[in-house]
Every structure is written in C-alpha cells, then in structure tokens.
Design a protein around this ligand. Structure first.
Ligand code: G3H
Length: 560
C-alpha cells in the first residue's frame, strides 16, 4: 500500500524518491552532445519532396514544412532543441485538385478499370501492396516512434495490427463475395445482389493512430473499388515516406493519391463536389467544416470517428485490484491520447480513499521516459502546446476546488507531462467537459448512482462506458439504460476499439457509421443488383453471360 496520503493534497507535491519533479522529467530527455542509444533507431532527416498524384511521385517545388519530434535535446543552460526529423510538402489548391482529377479519372463515372474490376483481381493488388508494405516495417515503426512518440513496442503493435486488419479485410471480402455469388429468386424475379463502390473517397486519419486508423478506412475503401485520396495526418506524416513507392507500384494509375498539407487542400477537395465519401477520424468541428464545404451534402456519405469522453463508473462492489489496473491502462495508455481512453472516472464515495491511494501507487510504477526505453508507458506529447493546455486544465480545476491527488501529478517539463489525477471534479471545471486527450484524469466521487447516469445521459458524446463492480444486480441495473446512451458497455474492463472484428461506433457527437473489418466493407459500398423476370429468354441471357464470364459483376465465380 502507498505511503502517500489517501485523500487529495493540494498542488504538485514533493513525494518520495520515485515521484518526479520538473528537473527529473527534463533529465529524461537526451542530453545535447551525447550520443543516442542504439535502441533510439535514430535516422538522418528525411526530405519527403514528393506526393503521389495520378500514379506519379510528383516532385513538389513549393512550400515545405519542417517536421520536428516531440523529443528534443536538453542542455545545461536550460535549452530544449526538438530534433528535426525532416520536411514534407505543404501542397496548394492546384495540386489538391490534380489529385481530385486523378481520382475522378480512375472512377470514370463508375466505368473505370478499378471500379469495374473483378473482386479477385482487386484482392491481388491489395495483397501485392501488403507484401511491399511488410518489407518496410522497421522504417515505418521508427519514424512513427520519433514523430508521435508511441513507444517502440506500441508503434510495432500499430504496424502489425494494421497488417492483420489488411489480411482480415481480404478474408471478409472473400466471404462477402462468396455469399453474393448466388442468385436470389423471389416472386419470379431472378437477381444477383452484390456491393458496388460509391466513388472517390477522401481519407483522413488521426495523429494518435496515424497508420492504423488511416488504413482502417483506406483499405476497405480501395478494395471495394473506390479511388482514394489520402491526406496524411497533421502529425505522423513522414512515416508515409517508406510506403509511397509501394502505393504507386501496387495500384493502377490514379487509384491511390497521397497528399501532404493542411486545411488549405482539404477544403478545395470537398468544395469540388467530386468526393462521394468522407472518411475522417478527428474532431467533430473539423468534420462538420469538411461536410459543409461539399456543395451536395446529400450525395456525400460520411464515415466518421469523432470526439469522446468515456466514463468509468467504479461501484462500491468493485474489485479494486482489477479496477485500478484497468483505470490506469484506460486513462494513461499512450498518454491518454486515445479516443477510447477513460476520460472521466466516477468513484463511489465509500471506495474513494482506497481508489486514489491505489491510483497513486500505480502511477508511480508507470515508467516515464523516451519511447525507446524498455517498458516505458508515458512519453513526450506530440501536439504543440499540449503540456500548457493540460496545465491550464489542472489550474482551472484547482481554482474550482479540485486537488491533484497523486504524487508528481501536475508536474511537467517540455513535452513530458506526468500522469495526473484531479479530485473532486465538478461541472464547473473545464476538465469535466473538454476532451483532454492527455494524461490527466478527473475523478468525481458519488453516492447516488444517478450522478454518473445523469452525466452520461447529458453528455454530448456517446462512444463507450466502463462499469467496475462485482455484484451482478448492481452491474445489470446499469446495463439496460446505458446501452441506449453509448455503443459499447465494458464490464470490469477499460474502453477500447478492438478486437477489430467488433463493431466500433458511437452515438451523438462521437461517430457516424460503424467500423469493423466487415462493417467497413459495407460503409464504402452500396447494395446493387442485377434483376430479370425469369422468362426462358432472360434465363438464357443470364446463363450465357455467366458461363462465358462476360461480366465481372454478374458472375458466380467463387473466390477461395
Ligand atoms: O483513438 C481512437 C482509437 O480508435 C482507439 O483505439 O481502443 O484500439 O486504442 P484503441
């Protein structure tokens, strides 16, 4: 048990040796003039001058943006110099519209080679890409580690999860295709019902899963026959460099276009009216702006993963070992930078002291450091100004009666922010409402279960929820009302997206459309059928088309 106070204490405290101070946090960064360890997988700056447009790696002659790591070198004079990782194009509107033209040509009003290609052949292109991608694993992982500071282990996990998602997507499409290979005969009408592509897709993934959550929409969109424009995430864009040639070589001209840039390119792409699907994972404000830029919003299908502020409810019957382990994981894995992170904890008053003490004890065991450090759990934050933002949230909570409840909480240096528990949180505080997306977790004590229930019902978000408790009656009482508020109720487990075959979505401002290996295939396609009255003449026509393989759509080829 912790020797720390079990009730909240004011401000960052000087705790036992294990607790960090700003100086000790600074001491975790590389020191100027000293070599980096081999595990850092350091690399020389990458000048990524090209973008993939219309099957060509176009050399960009214009404005470039330097890409810095959240990791910097500290020096004895108190300086902090973020490491330069390379540079990427900031494309302009004309380049963006060239990509739209390219995708449009590949679509060719639905008559292009890619949208009309047989499923088996499209799968061969994706498998070819997967082989080329697998060969670049180490480069992608090390760039990801330096760009967004995901630990080496987690960045490798993100890469492997993406490869697995690709393989599962191929298998799911084979299943879907096999199920659609038969004819349906109803009321004398013969029909073959399949899924057809929708048209050009704009794919934009988030910085916290820059590879995986871009590919989770990109790959299903592609494999269903849609040409795609990818706008790389604002952070996590250099990691696309090792994959550019694979995209160019594995897919027909114009089918995949990869752009670097900012809102100056995405607005014109949407305003062109030639995007049929927006696949976006990020904030609801940005998603709304993109959707509204489209001149025909009713023609635009949106697949959106948006904001969330998932709550954990710790009942008085909770198993505290298990609850604290899940709360630590849920609140602080990848520094709390997950849409599924636990961002609000309601703890029954009877268990509050015990919970806070155990959280304090658990946090002190979380290793803080550089992403290459063995077993590291807390790493530098990639969003510029994030430490200052989190500090503002903690200060605002303090101004409204909240206390930092763990040793070292509130401490920060440069881009490192110590995990912080704030208690008691109240509706007057910003941290009660804002999605912190960082290692600060507010705790609200309750005695009446209506307190967390009212919070969940009144929230503008509706992604997931966790209930921690061992009494089946108490847990069951919450399940039925809560499943109509969020899209996944986790029992004695943190919130999470996976396994990737499970449906992942949200209510209210949290999502639009459902992602999972099989749901994503449906999101990027529409059911379309070829039907004919069952006259002898029609049956002969259908038989002849199928027998002589005259159509890719109307076919009973069975993909094994
Ligand atoms: O950031 C949002 C992700 O969808 C979270 O995924 O639960 O697998 O970390 P995860």
């Amino acid at each position: 048990m912790s020797s720390q106070p079990s009730t909240p204490v004011a401000g960052p405290v000087s705790g036992p040796a294990a607790a960090h101070t700003p100086e000790s946090l600074r001491g975790l960064f590389p020191v100027a003039g000293q070599p980096l360890p081999e595990a850092a997988h350091a690399f020389a700056p990458i000048e990524q001058r090209t973008c993939l447009i219309d099957g060509k790696l176009e050399e960009w002659p214009g404005e470039m943006q330097q890409v810095f790591s959240p990791i910097g070198e500290v020096d004895a004079a108190g300086g902090f110099a973020p490491r330069l990782l390379g540079s990427c194009p900031i494309l302009d509107e004309a380049a963006a519209l060239r990509a739209v033209d390219a995708a449009d040509r590949a679509w060719a009003d639905g008559m292009g080679a890619w949208p009309t290609m047989g499923v088996a052949e499209r799968i061969r292109h994706v498998e070819d890409f997967a082989r080329r991608m697998a060969a670049r694993r180490t480069e992608v992982v090390r760039i990801m580690m330096w760009e967004i500071c995901k630990s080496w282990q987690d960045a490798s996990g993100e890469f492997d999860r993406t490869m697995e998602y690709l393989r599962d997507t191929i298998d799911a499409l084979k299943d879907l295709d096999r199920a659609s290979s038969r004819f349906v005969i109803e009321k004398g009408i013969y029909a073959q019902i399949r899924r057809a592509p929708l048209g050009p897709v704009l794919c934009m993934g988030p910085y916290n899963y820059p590879l995986n959550e871009t590919f989770c929409t990109l790959m299903p969109a592609l494999i269903m026959g849609n040409p795609v424009i990818v706008k790389t995430p604002r952070l996590g864009r250099l990691l696309y460099s090792p994959l550019m040639e694979a995209f160019r070589d594995a897919f027909p001209v114009g089918v995949v276009n990869i752009l670097h840039g900012d809102r100056r390119i995405v607005k014109p792409i949407m305003a062109s009216g030639r995007i049929n699907v927006l696949a976006f994972i990020g904030s609801s404000t940005a998603a709304d702006a993109l959707r509204l830029a489209h001149p025909h919003p009713h023609r635009l299908r949106c697949v959106l993963g948006l904001d969330a502020k998932n709550a954990g409810i710790v009942l008085d019957c909770a198993d505290m070992d298990l609850t604290v382990a899940e709360a630590l994981q849920g609140s602080f894995s990848f520094n709390g930078q997950r849409c599924t992170a636990l961002k609000m904890l309601f703890v029954h008053q009877k268990r509050l002291d015990e919970f806070l003490a155990r959280m304090d004890e658990g946090i002190r065991k979380l290793r803080i450091g550089m992403p290459w450090d063995e077993g590291v759990r807390i790493t530098p934050l990639p969003v510029p100004g994030k430490s200052a933002y989190l500090d503002d949230l903690v200060q605002d909570a303090a101004a409204h009666g909240g206390k930092v409840a763990n040793s070292g909480g509130g401490t920060h240096a440069e881009t490192l922010y110590h995990p912080t528990v704030v208690c008691p949180a109240t509706p007057q505080m910003r941290v009660y409402h804002e999605e912190q997306f960082g290692p600060v977790i507010p705790v609200i004590p309750f005695t009446d279960i209506e307190t967390p229930v009212r919070y969940v019902v009144g929230s503008q978000y509706g992604q997931q929820l966790s209930i921690f408790g061992n009494d089946p009656d108490d847990v069951a009482r919450l399940i039925d009302p809560m499943v109509n508020q969020v899209c996944r109720v986790n029992i004695n487990s943190q919130c999470q997206r996976g396994p990737d075959t499970f449906p992942f979505t949200g209510r209210k401002d949290s999502a639009e459309g459902t992602l999972s290996v099989s749901d994503a295939l449906r999101c990027f396609s529409i059911r379309t059928l070829v039907a004919a009255k069952g006259s002898d003449a029609n049956k002969e026509i259908l038989t002849s088309i199928i027998r002589d393989r005259r159509s890719n759509f109307l076919s009973n080829d069975f993909i094994l």
